[in-house]
Design a protein around this ligand. Structure first.
Ligand SMILES: [Zn+2]
Length: 140
C-alpha cells in the first residue's frame, strides 16, 4: 500500500476539462464511474472526449461494480515522488466490466500482491476535494 511521508505535499491528480466529471462523480457518489460510448458500447478509461473505438462524441458516465482482479503490478523501490514511502506497489486492475485502471492497494504489503488477486475498489479521501480510487482484497 502507498503510505505518505508527510514531508512533501501529496501529488494531486490532473483535473482538466476531460477528467473533471470523473473526479466529481467519485467525490460525490463515492462510486467509480467510467465513460461508455452510447454508439458502440465501448468503455473508455482514462477519461477522454471521444470514443477510441468508433470516434463518436457520445460518451456517458456509468457506474462500475468496483470488483476486479489484479491484471499486473509493479513494486517501486525508488519513489517517483518524495511524498511516497518505498516500497509500494502500483497495480493494474481489470474490472469485471473489462476496464483496466492503474491504482494502489490499501490493505496489503507489496509482496502480498499477485496476478489474479480478487480486489474491490475503495474510495480513499486523500484530499478534501478529491478522492482517489484504490483497491482492497476481496473474497472470491
Ligand atoms: Zn464508440
Amino acid at each position: 500500500m502507498v503510505q505518505y511521508t508527510g514531508k512533501f505535499p501529496i501529488p494531486r491528480p490532473d483535473v482538466n476539462e476531460d477528467t473533471i466529471e470523473y473526479w466529481q462523480l467519485l467525490q460525490e457518489t463515492k462510486q467509480l464511474h467510467v465513460q461508455k460510448c452510447k454508439n458502440c458500447g465501448t468503455y473508455s478509461h482514462p477519461p477522454r472526449p471521444i470514443c477510441h473505438h468508433c470516434r463518436q462524441y457520445q460518451l456517458e458516465w456509468v457506474p462500475m461494480s468496483g470488483k476486479g482482479t489484479v491484471y499486473s503490478y509493479v513494486i517501486y523501490h525508488r519513489s517517483v515522488h518524495p511524498g511516497f514511502e518505498v516500497p509500494y506497489e502500483v497495480v493494474l486492475v481489470e474490472l469485471e466490466e473489462g476496464v483496466r485502471i492503474i491504482s494502489n492497494m490499501v490493505d496489503c504489503e507489496p509482496d502480498e500482491v499477485y496476478i489474479g488477486m480478487p480486489v474491490e475498489v475503495v474510495v480513499d479521501q486523500v484530499f478534501e476535494d478529491i478522492a482517489l480510487p484504490k483497491f482492497k482484497r476481496r473474497e472470491q
